[in-house]
Design a protein around this ligand. Sequence first.
Ligand SMILES: O=C(O)CCC(=O)C(=O)O
Length: 280
Amino acid sequence: MSAAHRLTPDQQQFYRANGYLLGLPPVYSPARMKRINAELPNLLALLRPGETAGDIREWHHTSTYLYEIVMNPAILDLVEGILGPDFYVWGSHFFIKPPHSPGTVPWHQDAYYWPLSPCNTVTVWVAFDDVDEGNGGMKLIPGSHLGGLIKHGRTADANATLSLGLADGSAFSPDTAVQFRLKAGEVSLHDDRAIHGSQGNPSDRRRAGLTIRYSGTNVKPDLAVSPDFVAHLCRGTDTYGHTPYAAAPTTRYGRKDYRRNEAPAEGYQLNPVETANATQ
Ligand SMILES: O=C(O)CCC(=O)C(=O)O
């Protein structure tokens, strides 16, 4: 485990202004990350025919292997610097692009999909591999979280791994995007309204990342839309009582079973509040 790092006022200010943060100290040493990667096949072995690594969503509820990552104190320290002392974790989702895979992630804002209100969610993207422009690393439009939510449409990109996205040039300029570059064991942070996406991976290198979603305890899930929504309190106390909490898992590798129609393939539910308010 790597040494704890508390965000500096400058880092907090940068995140507030730009909607993302890079340049953080690693949360796992190379040796630890190697051991984490060595265990990953045990999780992949639980996938059913037709499923891909992208179907490993919220398995931190059922696998101590992932629960330990989402509860890593070095990660929680970073999140606390953004969300403050009281927050929970509710989401985890692998984005793995094998070598020579065309799959793209279209430009999108996470909050457009999630049945959560208000917008107060941070994603921690944990690099399982070195990621950069060569293997389809993520890109993000700085400051785009400040402009509100934009209506998403069906994407025309046949390689897209999400069904909805924002067309290039629709109310933002992709030329201003920042390329995320991380070493295995490092993380980036991004705001749930920041526009981001990624290209395919033409390289010989795998590009694997685990996204983890943390929300302030003031965030209320719409349980009518996502009746299975459940969280784990990470830090502090929850005086709001909006969110159901689950017990920690006890099995090293366990899969979550999805209810029929529970979630579309991309793993998000459309956010009824935010889609109604989105502007074009
Ligand atoms: O890993 C990627 O390329 C995209 C990740 C993403 O869309 C997300 O964190 O919401």
